[in-house]
Design a protein around this ligand. Structure first.
Ligand code: R2B
Ligand code: URA
Length: 331
């Protein structure tokens, strides 16, 4: 039976179900969906029940000292992004939009690794650069929300990226993540063997997000995202400290990516799509492009342009969250 918790009324153009609808998820993974009937998250790990206390080491919270349901039980949206500064700005943006007072205190202060802000039902958390840093944070937030009994949480990543054949300043909502060997998977060695986990984002969520951005004043695209494990050679750049490919080879590679439907390159999309999907939560990766990689490698935009661009994913995701609450008040 379909158990989609529709955020907005359906229309003919949108995908009918969310990917974490029991119907869709169980067909895809051939096991019971980890989302409970009340929308809380069930973690697929029996070992956790053997722990007397679970220490979420990098967040600085644990299940014994902290009353996680009281602290985080109301979380509906988790928004992640690379830097502490950006996530503080996003918390401020959301506080203004939702008219919620906050002291913008960093809740992970003891652990120093990441920064986490809570504004009402919105958690704004930094994840650092690259897949390993992001996945540690993401996995601990998933556990945090499980222990907190948060219902039907939706995850966003707001980030920066290099664009392919689209104007700098455009926003890309990722339909899938592609790894450095052009597969749509997140590859992780586990017990000595590489596991490949499919890395697709929820189609309906990306359509909903894009539908609210038609008049934002910059282009928004739904398209593929390459997640590289490096900023320089791994993204075909010519300006790293070591380079063993030619400009022609670089352009050939970037053109191949573009032909495959890749619109931007960043460093987290595959793992973000794969882990959220496995956990049965919906997620969208919303990144601004800082440059067109067919035209260069250096990020040489001014501070003012960078600031203007960086705000764009916040505006798009902020609209989604705000509309959800405005509509909810009307209901
Ligand atoms: C985009 O920008 C960062 C590298 O500069 C990385 O986190 C990413 O995905
Ligand atoms: N972040 C990336 O990973 N690549 C870029 O080109 C720009 C930002």
């Amino acid at each position: 039976m379909c158990d989609c918790d529709y955020m907005f009324p359906s229309n003919d153009e949108w995908e009918k179900h969310y990917d974490n609808c029991k119907l869709v998820w169980e067909e895809l993974y051939d096991r019971t969906c980890p989302r409970n009937n009340d929308g809380t998250l069930r973690l697929c790990n029996a070992n956790l029940s053997k722990l007397e206390t679970d220490f979420l080491y990098h967040l600085g919270f644990d299940t014994k000292t902290h009353n996680l349901p009281a602290l985080f039980g109301d979380v509906k949206f988790v928004c992640m992004g690379g830097t502490k500064h950006r996530m503080r700005d996003f918390a401020k943006h959301i506080a203004k939009e939702l008219k919620i007072k906050s002291d913008f205190a960093n809740m992970t202060k003891q652990s120093h690794r990441y920064a986490m802000y809570k504004v009402g039902p919105v958690l704004s958390v930094s994840h650092g650069i690259g897949i390993p840093s992001m996945t540690i944070l993401l996995q601990e937030v998933l556990k945090l929300l499980h222990y907190a009994k948060a219902k039907n949480p939706i995850f966003f990543r707001i980030g920066t990226s290099g664009g392919l054949k689209i104007p700098p300043g455009s926003v890309v909502i990722s339909s899938w993540g592609m790894n450095g060997t052009l597969q749509k998977t997140y590859d992780i060695p586990i017990l000595g063997k590489v596991r490949q986990i499919p890395s697709f984002f929820d189609k309906r969520l990306s359509q909903e997000v894009q539908s609210l951005a038609s008049d934002v004043g910059f282009g928004t695209y739904i398209g593929g995202t390459m997640a590289a494990d490096d900023f320089y050679r791994g993204q075909a750049r010519l300006d790293g400290p070591i380079c063993d490919h030619t400009e022609d080879e670089k352009l050939e590679f970037l053109n191949t990516l573009a032909e495959l439907g890749v619109k931007n390159i960043e460093m987290e999309a595959t793992a973000f799509a794969a882990l959220t999907s496995e956990a049965g939560v919906r997620a969208a990766d919303v990144c601004v492009t800082l440059l067109n990689r067919l035209e260069g490698d250096q990020v040489s935009i001014s501070k003012a342009t960078y600031a203007e661009y960086q705000v764009r994913p916040m505006l798009v995701v902020g609209r989604y969250i705000t509309k959800y609450y405005v509509d909810k008040l009307k209901r």
